[in-house]
Write a protein that binds this ligand. Structure first.
Ligand code: 6PG
Length: 499
């Protein structure tokens, strides 16, 4: 191993792609670091790639821990779930009160809350930190979302700020909030990621099936979009994907890839938590659902045979339609971010995370998977109004959305008419139109619930809840039943809500 100082500033448990590259990034910034992994090959790879840098690898946990200066800062980058708990159990006897443990994996925020409480009670500091940007981000500049003990953050802050991506010379890392706030924000980042990826996939379908463009032309569209207001990491990699020829062939690797999407679960968690918080994020929900639907390949083939293939060409003039499609994508992208930001707003209140949405948008401008030019608009919106109730309430965003909405309508209408599935685009447009519906038809749902389940309803301008016998037969039956149970049932009188 390389000659390194006797004590290291930072230790990493888990020398997989992310862990190893984060360590190398730290070493590039002159932090003396140690890495541990049970897999000797991974330790050897660290040694090889860390040659000449202040990096030391260990295959045994105890010497690894002993090599760290105190208070120790130990980060885990291991798969989310039970492994994290078992690593913590191994660490406990080797660490001292005041040491800092950081979980940099995509752990579920409720697991992080549980771990933080237990470890803080034992005198340790615990951080759940979202790390975004994949292998390249870890190596050269991720976006990081640390949540946990604010005091302890000061110990690791210089290291994280040194290695983070930078935008306008500012590090894409900030203290997110207490407890599991960091992992919660990372989860929502991934929910937005799912939504944006779904929109790009649907755009691919419009270009390929709707307009009949070949891969070169499709790649050209993404390249052009990425050079303008749609600039984003996801579009940037997509244009590359449309240029990657499968080895020893004359066609794109993309054309050989199965159309069944997989997931590690963070998008699903986002939808689950949003439902728990009663906070609608339909574009993200749709993205999760479409990944699931894509798995039903055999059934899709059966139904395509029964009902005919989904869609044919769109009867549109390509030039004008492409301009509308750019508008529609921009509109749907804004809506997707807006849904994620509103979920953060709700969670911040419900979980007391005290999230600073401007700061979160700011550190998402670089290093992370959802980085894009539009994040500057989000940053400006929440910087100007920290307690903004919804991104769509921002004046500048309102202007951008109003300009782009017509394109969304045109694309959704054309696709629906042609039978081209655009669930993400359609969910985004309906979300927008529903949120600008001052009186929704939900009064009918309330009436139905009261009719069949006596679940009661509220009346405009009146206090209390009400129940109605909606037909004479119901009235007779109720009176008969009431007589039996001694209650007086009157239409539209305040009643004790049915339990
Ligand atoms: C990131 C990525 C990262 C991981 C994806 C996998 O921010 O760097 O989001 O965390 O690669 O979450 O996502 P899937 O759920 O699609 O597998």
């Amino acid at each position: 191993m390389n000659a390194t100082p006797s004590k290291h500033s930072f230790g990493m448990i888990g020398l997989g792609t992310m862990g190893r590259n984060l360590l190398l990034n730290l070493a590039d910034h002159n932090f003396a670091v140690a890495g541990y992994d049970k897999d000797a090959d991974k330790v050897a790879l660290l040694g090889k790639e860390g040659a000449g840098k202040p990096v030391e690898g260990f295959a045994e946990l105890a010497p690894f821990i002993s090599s760290l200066q105190t208070p120790r800062s130990v980060m885990m980058l291991v798969p989310a779930g039970k492994i994290v708990d078992s690593v913590i159990d191994e660490l406990r006897p080797l660490l001292s009160p005041g040491d800092i443990i950081i979980d940099g994996g995509n752990s579920h925020f409720t697991d992080t809350e549980r771990r933080a409480k237990a470890l803080e009670a034992e005198g340790f500091h615990f951080f759940g930190m979202g790390v975004s940007g994949g292998e390249e981000g870890a190596r050269f500049g991720p976006s990081m979302m640390p949540g946990g003990d604010k005091q302890a953050y000061q110990v690791v802050q210089p290291m994280f700020e040194a290695i983070a991506a930078r935008v306008d010379n500012e590090p894409c890392v900030t203290y997110i909030g207490p407890g599991a706030a960091g992992h919660f924000v990372k989860m929502v980042h991934n929910g937005i990621e799912y939504g944006l990826m779904q929109l790009i996939a649907e755009t691919y379908a419009v270009l390929k099936t709707g307009l009949g463009l070949d891969n070169a032309a499709i790649g050209q569209v993404f390249t052009q979009w990425n050079a303008g207001r749609l600039q984003s990491f996801l579009l940037d990699i997509t244009k590359d994907i449309f240029g990657y020829i499968a080895p020893d062939t004359d066609h794109l690797l993309l054309d050989d890839i199965k159309d069944e999407a997989r997931s590690k679960g963070t998008g699903k968690w986002t939808s689950q938590v949003a439902m728990d918080l009663e906070l609608p994020i339909p574009t993200i929900d749709t993205a999760v659902a479409m990944r699931d639907l894509s798995k039903y390949k055999a059934l899709r083939e059966q139904l395509a045979g029964l009902y005919g293939p989904a869609a044919g060409a769109l009867p549109v003039e390509h030039g004008a339609f492409l301009a509308q499609l750019e508008q529609a994508f921009y509109f749907s992208m804004v809506i997707t971010y807006a849904q994620g930001m509103q979920l953060l707003t709700k969670a911040s209140k419900d979980y007391n995370y005290d999230l600073q949405l401007a700061e979160i948008a700011k550190i998402w401008r670089g290093g992370c998977i959802i980085r894009s030019g539009f994040l500057n608009e989000i940053f400006n919106a929440y910087k100007g109004t920290p307690d903004l109730g919804h991104l769509l309430l921002d004046g500048q965003v309102q202007k951008l959305v109003n300009e782009a909405a017509p394109g969304s309508r045109a694309v959704v209408a054309a696709a629906a008419t042609a039978g081209l599935a655009l669930p993400g685009y359609m969910a985004s447009l309906s979300y927008f139109d529903t949120f600008r519906t001052a009186r929704m038809p939900s009064n009918l749902i309330q009436a139905q619930r009261d009719y069949f389940g006596a679940h009661t309803y509220e009346l405009i301008g009146k206090e209390g809840v009400f129940h109605t016998q909606w037909t004479p037969e119901h009235e007779d039956a109720a009176n008969k039943k009431d007589v039996e149970v001694g209650q007086e049932h009157k239409t539209e009188k305040p009643v004790t809500p049915n339990k």
